[in-house]
Design a protein around this ligand. Structure first.
Ligand code: NAP
Length: 461
């Protein structure tokens, strides 16, 4: 008796858990991949297609009917068809009235049409409830199960109930729905898959241009100049010596460029006496890509560390060391340890190691998995206070290492300054202005402005 009872209970639970039939229009790549995933998650799937012949590519257990027949079997219809074919839906308007239509389409170009595909679908079928979803998930990821990178599904729509129904399906497929609001957000969601690292464009172009500039600058001074005036062929410098000069210079400049927009913002706010006016566009864009600039700087710093560590293996370095030993042996004289040089070399190494450690710490805390676990104050402490400390240490590392060239006339080949002198211009400027900004007479009004105080309030009572 008891056993029967539990069987009945299990049956009734199963019945209530039974998923509603979902209809998919289109048996193309995406329609098939989504249908397959839905069947795996327990949804009965019915396809609406121009041809009702079942091919072996269609997930088994799925039915294939005409569009009109299939639409009548479900409350939710996923339109897995390109936008340019949407006209075929107009004759089905009556059957589709009140149904939830999920637009999953993408375009080939950014802002290809005046309105989003989902809004266009809603205009074609005003009696249906259109929801945008799934367009950022690829058919390949759905089929192969490699959804880790694209687990988020952006959902938007004007009908809250319809949106909720679609979000429930998204969850049932093991994905994470992210409500983006009304159908107006569809344009933005449709643009996502077409964007190629939008935040990385400026940092990458800047890094390439500066790297190329410094590389050719070093090539001219260290290889071409030496060849012309000293008749030494140092062309092999191109492989390690020059890159290992360019990498630290790039790391330092890019790190300084992470903090420079903050300095500009502070000066602008002080000048305007308010924080309620927008920054110029270029500054806004620059601020938004600080993380990317910092990560590229970290990549350059890491390359500098690796290139420095392999230095003792280089034939040129081994030759120079043995030349020094042999000349001491020939002269029968051991050079005494130069205490000043020992101090300088130990100091710049120590400063470099500490600077790199903080650099890595900044990189780690910028990872979403880490930054999500610290509060805003902790994040600011690491990114601002420790960031500035990293900049100070790295600037000091370069100053101590390259300082000897500042006053030596031989450093000014073709009257051009050494690359280390150039690399210090922006970091030193950032540190000097930051130092001025933390003076209480400047910091106090700036803090007040950032807390909402205005010098000439527009909306005074
Ligand atoms: P597809 O392989 O070319 O399939 C499109 C399907 O649309 C066809 O199989 C066909 O299904 C139907 N169709 C074609 N012409 C039609 C017409 N004149 N009238 C009615 N139905 C027609 O394309 P897909 O890759 O599956 O992409 C479908 C949609 O999903 C597109 O809007 C795309 O932007 C979007 N999407 C695709 C992916 C992806 O990874 N592939 C990812 C996200 C979003 P029947 O033969 O069954 O009628």
């Amino acid at each position: 008796m008891n056993k029967n009872c539990s069987n009945i209970m299990a049956l009734s639970t199963n019945t209530s858990n039974k998923r509603e039939t979902v209809c998919i229009f289109g048996t193309g790549d995406f329609g098939r991949a989504l249908g397959h995933k839905m069947i795996q998650s327990g949804y009965p799937v019915v396809y609406g297609s121009r041809s009702t012949q079942i091919s072996n590519l269609i997930p088994k257990d799925a039915e294939v009917l005409s569009h009109a027949e299939a639409a009548q079997k479900a409350a939710i219809i996923i339109i897995a068809i390109q936008r340019q074919h949407y006209n075929f839906l107009i004759p089905l308007a009556e059957i589709l009235r009140g149904k939830v239509l999920v637009d999953i389409s993408n375009n080939l170009k950014l802002n290809q049409y005046p309105e989003s595909n989902a809004e266009y679908l809603a205009q074609l079928l005003p009696g249906s409830r259109v929801v945008k979803a799934f367009n950022t998930v690829s058919a390949w990821a759905l089929q192969s199960g490699t959804l880790d990178a694209s687990r988020q599904v952006f959902v938007c729509g004007d009908d809250v109930e319809a949106k909720q129904m679609v979000m429930n399906i998204v969850r049932a497929l093991g994905l994470t729905p992210l409500d983006k609001g009304s159908l107006l957000a569809a344009q933005e969601i449709e643009n996502y898959p077409l964007q190629l690292f939008p935040m990385w464009k400026f940092p990458i172009i800047l890094s390439f241009s500066l790297t190329a500039f410094f590389f050719f600058y070093c090539l001219a001074l260290d290889v071409i100049y030496t060849y012309i005036y000293e008749k030494n062929n140092f062309s092999f410098f191109i492989a390690i010596t020059i890159p290992n000069r360019v990498f630290p210079v790039m790391a330092l400049i890019l790190l300084a460029l992470v903090y420079l927009p903050g300095i500009f913002a502070a000066i602008i706010q002080l000048y305007r006496g308010t924080k309620y006016r927008r920054f110029p566009d270029w500054l806004d864009k620059w601020m938004l890509c600080r993380k990317q600039l910092g990560l590229i700087a970290l990549a350059f710093a890491s390359l500098h560390v690796v290139f420095t560590l392999v230095s003792p293996m280089r034939a040129f370095v081994r030759w120079r060391t043995s030349k020094g030993i042999i000349s001491q042996a020939l002269n029968n004289k051991t050079e005494p340890l130069d205490n000043t040089s020992a101090w300088i070399s130990d100091s710049y190494l120590a400063l470099g190691i500490l600077g790199f450690f903080l650099f890595v710490l900044l990189g780690i805390t910028s990872l979403p998995s880490v930054s999500n676990n610290v509060n805003w104050r902790e994040f600011r402490f690491v990114q601002s206070k420790l960031g500035y400390l990293a900049l100070i240490l790295c600037t000091a590392h370069t100053l101590v290492y390259g300082g000897k060239w500042f006053l030596s006339p031989s450093a000014y080949k073709w009257y051009l300054p050494n690359i280390y002198i150039l690399s210090l211009v922006i970091p030193c400027a950032v540190l000097v202005v930051k130092f001025v900004l933390i003076f209480p007479c400047i910091d106090k009004p700036l803090t007040q402005i950032r807390q909402g105080w205005e010098r000439n309030p527009k909306h005074s009572e």
